[in-house]
Design a protein around this ligand. Structure first.
Ligand SMILES: Nc1ncnc2c1ncn2[C@@H]1O[C@H](COP(=O)(O)OP(=O)(O)OP(=O)(O)O)[C@@H](O)[C@H]1O
Length: 253
């Protein structure tokens, strides 16, 4: 379990109280400035909340050693730059304090189709290619960890630069790992349609405050999402599934 209890970070996050469970893919959604990245930054252990408590697998996060944290939780921030020139293959395991199993690296490389990029200098990769490598790095971190219990992945708009094929491959891979029961994912996304379909639950933030945490269809019934996001959103069955999408508003054209 990754528990966030009564957490407040003055001027950045007004209130959050929820639990990310192993086995689930949770989407963290909300308008710009709602506090999504701030919440992930707190769960990354790199910042301290003003009040409240964060517990990772039962232990207060701020009492876990950095390596113990790294074994149980990986974080991919919204803005991550590669500092120096290196082959992509090196980036995939950069900074890992343990030797990852070759089979895990191979699985992730195959999932994100990185083989043709491995010998390329990361500084010469396109934005989407770099993001695929960074995503692979944190996926390898959680999947190769020597920790036997549940592990968690915090992804801050980490699929945003990926083309549709790689977004879908990444999401399906992550869901497969979640379904196996050992992984919980908290994924910040502005793609509400994709998050509606892919996520087990949504955590909705607005102006720094948690508005709800529930399966997306349940949340959409309880809360006026068009109001929250300031744009008309339509929800209907399409192709045998419930979907959500933004409406065209001719008066804004
Ligand atoms: N380093 C900082 N110092 C002061 N305030 C900050 C800092 N970073 C973010 N904030 C403020 O904290 C609030 C929450 O920001 P945060 O980045 O968490 O939002 P977000 O939901 O991730 O937004 P976005 O969707 O635009 O990425 C915003 O009002 C933002 O301006």
């Amino acid at each position: 379990m990754f528990e966030v209890r009564e957490v407040v970070w003055p001027r950045r996050l007004g209130h959050a109280d929820f639990c990310l469970r192993p086995g689930e893919l949770m989407a963290l959604v909300g308008p710009n400035g709602a506090g999504k990245s701030s919440l992930l930054a707190l769960m990354s252990g790199q910042y301290e909340a003003g009040s409240g408590e964060i517990r990772l697998n039962g232990q207060p996060l701020n009492r876990l050693e950095p390596v113990a944290q790294a074994q149980q939780r990986a974080w991919l921030p919204q803005r991550v730059t590669v500092p120096v020139s290196m082959p992509a293959a090196i980036l995939l395991t950069l900074g890992l304090p343990w030797q990852p199993a070759g089979a895990v690296v191979e699985e992730v490389v195959a999932l994100l189709e990185l083989e043709p990029l491995l010998q390329r200098d990361v500084l010469t990769l396109s934005g989407g290619e770099q993001q695929r490598c960074q995503l692979a790095r944190v996926m390898i971190q959680v999947a190769s960890s020597p920790f036997q219990g549940p592990r968690f992945l915090l992804l801050d708009e980490s699929l945003q630069a990926l083309d549709i094929r790689h977004q879908m491959r990444a999401l399906q891979g992550l869901r497969r790992w979640c379904r196996a029961g050992w992984l919980g994912v908290l994924w910040v996304s502005h793609d509400l349609g994709l998050a509606y379909e892919a996520a087990d639950r949504w955590l909705l933030l607005q102006q720094g405050r948690q508005q709800g945490v529930a399966p997306p269809a349940t949340l959409a019934q309880a809360i006026d999402l068009s109001e929250v996001f300031g744009w008309p959103l339509q929800q209907a069955e399409c192709g045998g599934r419930q979907r959500l999408w933004p409406q065209w508003e001719t008066r804004h054209d």
